[in-house]
Design a protein around this ligand. Structure first.
Ligand code: ATP
Length: 252
């Protein structure tokens, strides 16, 4: 990456990314950057290109043109989903995929096993280091007192937190989180905002969300996507006062 304007602490840099479906541009020369250990939010009306952007970053969709630099050098567009995940990019989908018949601890243990050697997983040897890490993650996701609860008995919000915990055990440097507050109670929504702020102390977190109260609680920079490009960026107050943003949201 040879661009003088890119700060040294940039973790992810999309450069002029275009994705077309049958001639329709879902992403249109999209460029933006994510700094290390930064929490940021992406908003935008339906069809703005938010999911497509995450598909490109995670190797699910290959762009027609443009690059996606991770750590300044690696162009993620050359790798597939598994390779990108192994490089340290985690994606939390909207629908939780927690195993309902396993406890919180067992779900986390399984997620940790995913990154242990086949030999260690086969013989069930969870190291004391591994167990400590699961304890730390349970603390982070506010589920320490639910350790022995079955997935099925958790609330919707708790399932989402457990799923975030499972991703954390992959130790991602960048976490992409898709509409985490959807379907949550107000209290869960605010606890989730707290949780994501905590997570961004150790890694970069990008949240795609529609819920403005939740975005406000994140207290982070916001980028507005529209028709596959950045329409505005800055604080939530700043973008909400932007006339172009107002027009797009009011459908003018
Ligand atoms: N596989 C596909 N084939 C054809 N068109 C697609 C495909 N994926 C996305 N699109 C189109 O690209 C545009 C961007 O879609 P995308 O899902 O990225 O938007 P979004 O901002 O995530 O929307 P939402 O908030 O509704 O989830 C939409 O017009 C969508 O219909």
């Amino acid at each position: 990456m040879v661009d003088k304007h890119i700060p040294n602490d940039t973790l992810l840099y999309l450069n002029n990314v275009t994705v077309s479906f049958d001639g329709f541009r879902a992403l249109n020369e999209l460029s933006f950057m994510v700094r290390e250990k930064e929490l940021s939010a992406i908003i935008g009306p339906n069809g703005a290109g938010k999911s497509t952007m995450m598909d490109v970053v995670t190797g699910k969709t290959r762009p027609d043109s443009g690059e996606v630099f991770f750590h300044g050098e690696v162009d993620l567009t050359r790798y597939d989903e598994t390779e990108v995940a192994n490089m340290g990019i985690g994606r939390k989908f909207q629908k939780p995929s927690v195993i309902e018949s396993l406890t919180v601890w067992e779900n986390l243990e399984l997620a940790l096993a995913g990154r242990r050697t086949p030999f260690a997983s086969m013989f069930g040897a969870l190291s004391s280091k591994g167990a400590r890490r699961i304890d730390e993650v349970m603390e982070l996701i506010r589920l320490s007192d639910r350790k022995a609860w079955l997935g099925a008995s958790l609330s919707h919000g708790q399932k989402q937190w457990l799923e975030i915990g499972m991703l954390l055990l992959q130790e991602p440097e960048l976490l992409l989180v898709d509409e985490p507050a959807a379907g949550m109670t107000d209290e869960e929504t605010f606890r989730t905002a707290d949780l994501l702020r905590d997570l961004a102390r150790e890694r970069s977190v990008v949240v795609v969300e529609h819920d403005m109260a939740f975005i406000r609680a994140l207290e982070c920079p916001v980028m507005v996507l529209h028709e596959g490009s950045v329409l505005a960026s800055g604080s939530l107050d700043h973008v909400q006062q932007n006339q172009k943003v107002i027009d797009v949201y009011l459908g003018r």
